[in-house]
Design a protein around this ligand. Structure first.
Ligand code: UDP
Length: 404
């Protein structure tokens, strides 16, 4: 089957760690590869953000990235991309009429959904939608600091009714979508996966001080990831170091404003000598960092899915996480790690101290975490479940022969 994946701001070829490059990029890249392995022909449409990008770039067997000319050929914050979605959809229509006609379009993020639905209406291509994040949730947590276009929530609600299927990634998202008025019958719950061949407990690890417990946290430099809460929590986790991976490239970390604010906080709470800001790490080096950690902390205020805890689990690292969004599904409290209320440094610190101080518990969590990541969260499983969804909405047989 020919599958068009639309991911307007998140290219599967982008470097990760920056403000707008993280989980969605990984998700789209891994899913495209897994769908190609199922026998599909996948084309990923993403906005052209550099003048020297060729229109079509082969990513690997069965996956091609198409750079869509919509707006200036330079990086733009994702919240500024809405005005260019008309051009984006026009380009899709041109392509899908006579060049490469997909059986289904799978949109990632709401703006991709708008482009896909507009193009789909003109070409008859059915549309599947994954939101990745919801405007209602962002507004609730960020209030006036939310820079999303003002009509985002209305568009997301309308999309839920306009598309052929909505793919939710966790139970919390299902509940949120129901509250928005998206009928449950229009949804499929298909969580993201993790590459258990790349993320393994065995293999090279980043060097570390064996006498100092290491808490690792990973993600884009945005406030809602809760790094400040983690730094505050460190005060009641004596002796442990906190390593933060993500943000700008390491060479720019000294001058980065967000990094400076974290450093100031660490100084004022007297833990500066135990906090290390590494900067962005290339995706292929991530397993080395997870393997070097005793524990992964994920302390977001909210989290649509959250790939990093799963990646850590696949490396046999227990997770202490906020009990929010996808983390409440992936981390089994008391079995693969601990879940704590978000935005509460005291609870977070107590959980970290308890796990770090109890090697037997840590070993049990690590074993169960590894098992859960491997058994329940492969990209192959996600691709199989999506293939069935695509077959249903396109009314076709899937290439594997399974009837929808
Ligand atoms: N990541 C990376 N290098 C970094 C920071 C993050 O490769 O320096 C990757 C990380 O391994 C994961 C993704 O970016 O695959 C972050 O996804 P997550 O769902 O945790 O967060 P999001 O970006 O969606 O908020």
């Amino acid at each position: 089957m020919r599958i068009a994946m639309i991911s307007e701001h998140a290219s599967p070829l982008a470097a990760l760690g920056g403000v707008d490059a993280g989980g969605q990029n990984t998700h789209v890249a891994e899913l495209a590869i897994a769908l190609a392995a199922e026998g599909h022909d996948v084309r990923v449409y993403t906005r052209r953000d550099s003048a020297d990008q060729p229109v079509l770039v082969p990513m690997q067997d069965g996956v091609t990235v198409a750079h869509v000319p919509a707006g200036p050929a330079e990086p733009l914050p994702k919240d500024e991309l809405l005005p260019y979605m008309k051009d984006f959809s026009r380009w899709l229509v041109d392509q899908w009429r006579d060049d490469w006609v997909p059986s289904v379009a799978h949109a990632h993020f709401w703006m991709s959904g708008l482009a896909a639905v507009t193009a789909g209406r003109q070409t008859g291509v059915p549309v599947v939608q994954t939101y990745h994040a919801l405007g209602t949730v962002k507004k609730r947590h960020q209030g006036a600091a939310d820079t999303s276009p003002p009509r985002r929530i209305g568009y997301e609600r309308a999309l839920g009714r306009a598309v052929d299927k909505v793919v939710a990634q966790c139970q919390d998202e299902v509940r949120e979508l129901v509250r928005m008025g998206v009928p449950r019958t229009r949804m499929a719950l298909i969580p993201s996966g993790v590459d258990s061949e790349r993320f393994t407990p065995e293999g090279p690890a980043e060097p570390r001080d064996p006498d100092r417990p290491r808490i690792l946290t990973v993600g884009r430099f945005v406030e809602r990831k809760g790094y400040a809460d983690l730094i505050r929590a460190l005060k009641i986790v004596p002796g442990a170091e906190c390593v933060v991976v993500g943000g700008p490239p390491g060479a720019n970390i000294e001058t980065d404003a967000f990094a400076s604010s974290l450093r100031r906080l660490a100084e004022s709470t007297k833990v500066a000598d135990r906090v290390r800001l590494v900067g962005a790490v290339p995706a292929q080096e991530m397993p080395r960092w997870y393997r070097s950690a005793d524990i992964l902390a994920a302390a977001p205020w909210y989290e649509p899915f959250g790939l990093t805890p799963l990646e850590a689990m696949a490396c046999g690292v227990p997770v202490v996480a906020s009990s929010v969004g996808g983390l409440a599904d992936t981390v089994v409290d008391g079995l693969t790690g601990d879940l704590v209320a978000p935005r509460d440094p005291r609870l977070l610190g107590m959980a970290l101290r308890r796990v770090l101080g109890d090697p037997v518990r840590r070993f049990a969590y690590a074993t169960a975490a590894l098992d859960r990541a491997r058994q329940c969260y492969s990209w192959k499983r996600a691709a199989e479940q999506l293939s069935a969804v695509y077959a249903t909405v396109s009314g076709l047989r899937s290439p594997t022969g399974a009837v929808a």
